[in-house]
Ligand binder design. Structure first.
Ligand code: KG4
Ligand code: ZN
Length: 333
């Protein structure tokens, strides 16, 4: 199938056409992230206004680039996310589906991330897998037997890993989004400069917790006289230590899940999976076939993963894949 995917859950307006859940024929993403950087986070009203401006030009660009006129279905992120941003995508998808007489598939945003490992992936993927999905909005560890059957093994009890990067960046006077900014600052820094406490270290759980780490960073900076009192080298060391603590927490839970569950592959997806230090640590710790999205553009929010998820929902659920959108409130999870 050729599926048109639409993703507007936050500050990206992304549209793609994906063939058979893997071949990305076109992907275009416009973003208000630079504008949001001035506020240190996403302002929902600003994001939604930009979504409205971007959506039709981005759809037109994708239709022109893909060079295909035959579409089989439309898949759109139904949630979770910013309500006003989601409405732009879901309303547009409904109108296009009605005018073009195409079936409409509502896709949960996390299922989109979980499907991103299939994009442009040359070899077949073998279930069962363990999948760690780490973004600004969620941190989840899944045991997956198929695209529609799985078990949530653990999730964050408070902040998401990406949120820990974003909030940490504010404390370090670095721009939003914090993940890439901290990653860059941490290059060449000493990851053992500060020994941040390991969250939930006395619990045998696959859950995560990040709010304590952020507070530890706050006090570490305060105890050194504030960020302005630190030399450039010390700031790099603090950023590297904080990045290390965030990544090691993810790695420790993933390694525990690998001990507990018999799987054939491990996938790591979502915006934080773009992090180079995380990739290195996971590669060292996990002794199983490991997959990350093949392009960085497939880690962060993008419509190709939504189109791929739509394809897999139809393959496994048949007609029911279309019912899901009709029977649920479009943007509520
Ligand atoms: O998946 P995503 O684009 O959106 C959500 O679903 O939230 O993830 C965005 C998150 C942000 O918190 C951002 O700081 C983080 O992913 N991120 C990174 C990197 N690139 C994006 N975190 C660490 N290292 C990166 N290179
Ligand atoms: Zn996301």
């Amino acid at each position: 199938m050729n599926i048109l995917g639409i993703e507007t859950s936050c500050d990206e307006t992304s549209v793609a056409i994906v063939e058979n859940g893997t071949n990305v024929r076109a992907l275009e993403t416009a973003s208000s992230v630079k504008e949001q950087a001035a506020f240190g986070g996403v302002i929902p009203e600003v994001a939604a206004r930009r979504q409205l401006e971007f959506i039709m030009p981005v759809i037109s660009a994708v239709m022109a680039h893909a060079g295909c006129t035959k579409l089989d279905a439309i898949a759109v992120t139904k949630g979770p996310g910013l309500l006003t941003s989601l409405l732009v995508g879901t309303a547009t998808a409904r109108i296009l589906a009605s005018v073009w007489k195409k079936p409409l598939i509502g896709v949960h945003h996390t299922l989109g991330h979980l499907s991103s490992a299939w994009l442009a992936c040359a070899e077949p993927i073998a279930f069962p897998i363990l999948a760690l999905s780490v973004s600004g909005g969620h941190t989840e560890l899944w045991f997956r037997e198929s695209h529609t059957r799985g078990m949530l093994l653990g999730r964050t009890r408070d902040d998401a890993a990406g949120e820990a990067f974003d909030k940490g960046a504010m404390l370090l006077s670095l721009p939003y989004p914090g993940g890439p900014a901290i990653g860059q600052k941490a290059e060449g820094g000493n990851p053992h400069f500060i020994n941040f406490p390991s969250p939930l270290k006395d619990e045998d759980t696959c859950d995560f917790s990040y709010s304590g780490l952020k507070t530890s960073l706050k006090y570490a900076i305060r105890d050194r006289g504030g960020i302005g009192a630190l030399s450039e080298a010390e700031q790099k060391d603090v950023a590297a230590s904080y990045e290390e603590a965030i990544c090691r927490h993810l790695v420790s839970r993933l390694a525990r899940a690998v001990e507990l569950h018999d799987v054939r592959e491990v996938h790591v997806v979502g915006g934080v999976s773009a992090n180079a230090r995380l990739r290195r640590l996971i590669s060292q710790a996990i002794n199983l076939p490991l997959r990350f999205p093949v392009k960085l553009a497939y880690c962060t929010d993008n419509a190709a993963m939504i189109a791929a998820a739509g394809e897999f929902l139809v393959r496994e659920l048949g007609e029911k894949a279309f019912d899901e959108f009709k029977t649920e409130a479009a943007c509520r999870q």
